[in-house]
Design a protein around this ligand. Structure first.
Ligand code: NAD
Length: 331
């Protein structure tokens, strides 16, 4: 078997090489992203593993794969919204993801963004550049007195809840499919509206599905209290960014930590000069001193990237040798 890996990082390369040595599978790789131009690099491979923010929607990618007899595609992510299911079906390509790798990686990033915002770090760091060390505007809040609202209490939401719980916060949650036996961690509320209205920190952990588009809209933002924070490490289009900017500018909410953002592929993993198209929101968001934008790095820890690489390659190998894998995406 031969696997071609797109978007490989410096720390992932030795992991992939070690895996290839152990399994005897041939691998080849590039740091480049998978797209209609680079797909030709994978000619001769049985399977492709990729990781990137830019969605893989272009039909040419799937068509070229089929022409090259590459019928296995693995995304090194939990989210599968970057794949085109229609073309997977049309060209009979089996795809897999890595449903769970390190929920802790994302949860710790949520904690980081929250604590930074609670202690006014974006404002402090901006002022520091001018050697302005005035205290006014830098008063913080302590997490143990606050209520964290977790929207989506799956793998990541639950670990996030546990981390905040350990710091003494009160945790409330909302999920379409509530879990049993987690009353010791959080109290479910009946609606997103109720959680939004009661939470000091609203953190999102649902997948992006068409029905979740702009889950956080003007109405939900309007219910949040003026001291509250919104943290989005799930998916950009869960939030109506235009409405969020409006809420931040008008003091409707106190701040936002955004690891994911609508149209993030325009800037994630790119320097300014590499940004061919401008993200419509980023300039405005970066002028606000109560906002942190991180480039979709919540998952990006040494531990998580090792698990992602190994699990992605294992799934492709299982699909090739056994015709199925636990993480096979149902079309
Ligand atoms: P999961 O499937 O374990 O949990 C998702 C939960 O959301 C489920 O319990 C589901 O019932 C609930 N849900 C779905 N729609 C809902 C809605 N409208 N309202 C309330 N609850 C709803 O998923 P997970 O592993 O916890 O991951 C969550 C998401 O986090 C992923 O889909 C992915 O988009 C995102 N993610 C981001 C990063 C990052 O680096 N920023 C990394 C990994 C995952």
């Amino acid at each position: 078997m031969k696997i071609f890996i797109f978007g490989i990082g410096k720390k992932e390369q030795p992991v992939a090489e070690q895996w290839a040595k152990q399994t005897g599978v041939q691998i080849d790789f590039t740091a480049q992203e998978l797209n209609a131009q680079t797909i030709s690099l994978a000619k001769g491979a049985d399977g492709i593993s990729f990781q990137q923010m830019a969605p893989v929607y272009d039909e040419k990618i799937y068509q070229t794969m089929a022409e090259n007899k590459t019928f296995l595609l693995g995304t090194r992510s939990a989210g599968i919204d970057g794949l085109n299911k229609e073309y997977l079906k049309k060209y009979q390509i089996n795809a897999c993801n890595v449903p769970v790798y390190s929920p802790r990686a994302i949860a710790e990033h949520v904690l980081t963004l929250t604590m930074m915002l609670l202690r006014q770090m974006p404002r402090l760091l901006q002022r520091e550049q001018q050697q302005n060390f005035i205290l006014d505007g830098l008063i913080g809040r302590e997490i143990h007195e606050l209520t964290v609202g977790v929207v989506g209490t799956g793998h990541i939401g639950l670990v996030t809840a546990q981390l905040f719980k350990a710091l003494g916060a009160t945790i409330i949650g909302y999920d379409k499919y509530p879990k049993n036996d987690i009353e010791h961690i959080l109290t479910y509320r009946d609606s997103l509206e109720d959680v939004a209205a009661k939470a000091d920190i609203l953190t999102l952990h649902t997948p992006y599905l068409p029905e979740n588009h702009h889950l956080i809209d003007q109405k939900i933002l309007g219910l949040m209290n003026s001291d509250s924070l919104l943290i989005n490490t799930a998916r950009g289009p869960l939030v109506d960014t235009q409405a969020l900017i409006h809420a931040l500018q008008n003091g409707q909410i106190a701040g936002a930590g955004l690891d994911t953002l609508e149209d993030e592929m325009f800037y994630v993993n790119k320097t300014k000069s590499q940004q061919v198209e401008q993200n419509p929101y980023i300039e405005k968001l970066l002028t606000l001193d109560n906002v942190i934008v991180s480039p979709h790095i919540a998952f990006y820890t040494l531990q998580a990237s090792k698990i992602l690489m190994e699990n992605s390659l294992n799934s492709l190998y299982a699909l090739y040798t056994e015709g199925t894998a636990d993480s096979l995406i149902q079309l």
